[in-house]
Design a protein around this ligand. Structure first.
Ligand SMILES: Nc1ncnc2c1ncn2[C@@H]1O[C@H](COP(=O)(O)OP(=O)(O)O)[C@@H](O)[C@H]1O
Ligand SMILES: [Mg+2]
Length: 320
């Protein structure tokens, strides 16, 4: 659905995006994650042609974005809705009018506009506020209006640029639930740009980690969080402080074995002592995964390894 190959982008002499390679599949919720200034918004804006790129190729629905005329891009953007951190609603217009606006701009029939507006305000749970004005709404409600507005032209893709970043955690979750519903019931592909790990973990199936315009991680989020490599750990702010005696083993628990029972069982069955250096359980979407670092005396390493080798559902590695 979205195919990006070797994409590079400059602002003046500064290279902002380096060699981006990425495929986003139809109907998935995909997250682009990174700290402020990483290049997330720029990459998102390249997808709908609001921003030009300098190297590589970007295709959406098979069409080469870099080679399209403004006129064609305008039509393409009908298929790509967008929402933003600060909602971008018109203050002088009501909830109904804000939602209906794109259809009016495209010259839709009044009866069609009315039908669609009512349908979408119902979907986002705001039909009872259709005559309210943005200043009378909470942040979460404003974002719901923005979402309804972004769906009026029946897009196939919804781009979300930090749509929950101005919201409190509870409202964030309710907006993410709405985006998940939209993804499921309307089959819309959602690309979420965020700097918040909690958003990624809650909503996305796959994610791309961007740092200084470079991809430092790409994959299923269970994999990214379950088996973070060094750059990913740094990104997550997890510099391991490990004991410098004995041997440190990192265990990864997939969703199916997400409790510490395995560790207790290992201690009991092998009758050896080891220390838990640190452990963490994470909720990723519907599932829970965990990782744990244990420190084993050198003399017990071999039997610990043998024990773990027999457990096919646990990943592990020796770390320094
Ligand atoms: N229009 C622009 N002109 C010049 N530099 C820009 C422009 N837009 C963004 N940048 C720079 O590009 C980098 C990436 O910005 P952006 O894509 O907004 O990052 P993010 O969304 O991850 O915070 C930043 O260093 C930013 O200062
Ligand atoms: Mg941004």
């Amino acid at each position: 659905m979205i195919e990006i190959s070797n994409l590079g982008k400059y602002f003046g002499d500064n290279k902002i995006l380096h060699n981006i390679n990425l495929k986003i599949e139809q109907n998935e919720i995909f997250a682009i994650v990174g700290h402020s200034g990483a290049g997330k918004s720029t990459l998102l804006r390249c997808i709908n042609g609001l921003e030009k790129y300098d190297e590589g190729e970007l295709r959406v629905f098979g069409q080469n974005i870099g080679k399209m005329s403004e006129q064609k891009l305008r039509y393409l953007r009908k298929d790509i809705g967008m929402i933003f951190q600060h909602f971008s609603l018109l203050e002088q217009k009501s909830v109904y009018e804000n939602t209906a606006l794109p259809m009016q701009l495209w010259g839709y029939k009044k009866s069609d506009i009315d039908k669609k507006t009512v349908e979408l305000l119902n979907l986002v749970g705001l039909i009872h506020k259709k005559n309210s004005y943005p200043k009378e709404l909470s942040g979460g409600e404003k974002q719901r209006v923005a979402i309804a507005r972004a769906l009026t032209l029946e897009p196939k893709i919804l781009l979300s640029d930090e749509a929950t970043s101005a919201l409190d955690p509870k409202t964030t979750m309710s907006i993410l639930d709405l985006l998940k519903t939209i993804n499921k019931t309307l089959g819309i592909t959602v690309v979420l740009v965020t700097h918040e790990m909690s958003v990624v973990k809650n909503a996305a199936k796959r994610a791309l980690l961007l740092e200084n315009g470079q991809i430092i991680g790409l994959g299923e989020i269970e994999q990214l969080f379950l088996k973070p490599d060094e750059r990913m750990r740094k990104f997550l702010g997890e510099e391991d402080i490990l004991p410098n005696h004995g041997v440190n083993i990192r265990l990864y628990f997939p969703s199916t074995v997400s409790d510490k029972a395995i560790v207790t069982a290992m201690a009991r069955e092998l009758n050896i002592d080891f220390n838990i250096v640190w452990g963490r359980l994470e909720k990723l979407g519907e599932s829970v995964v965990g990782s744990l670092v244990i420190n084993v005396d050198s003399e017990h390493v071999d039997i610990a390894k043998k024990y773990l080798q027999a457990k096919t559902d646990i990943f592990w590695e020796i770390i320094q």
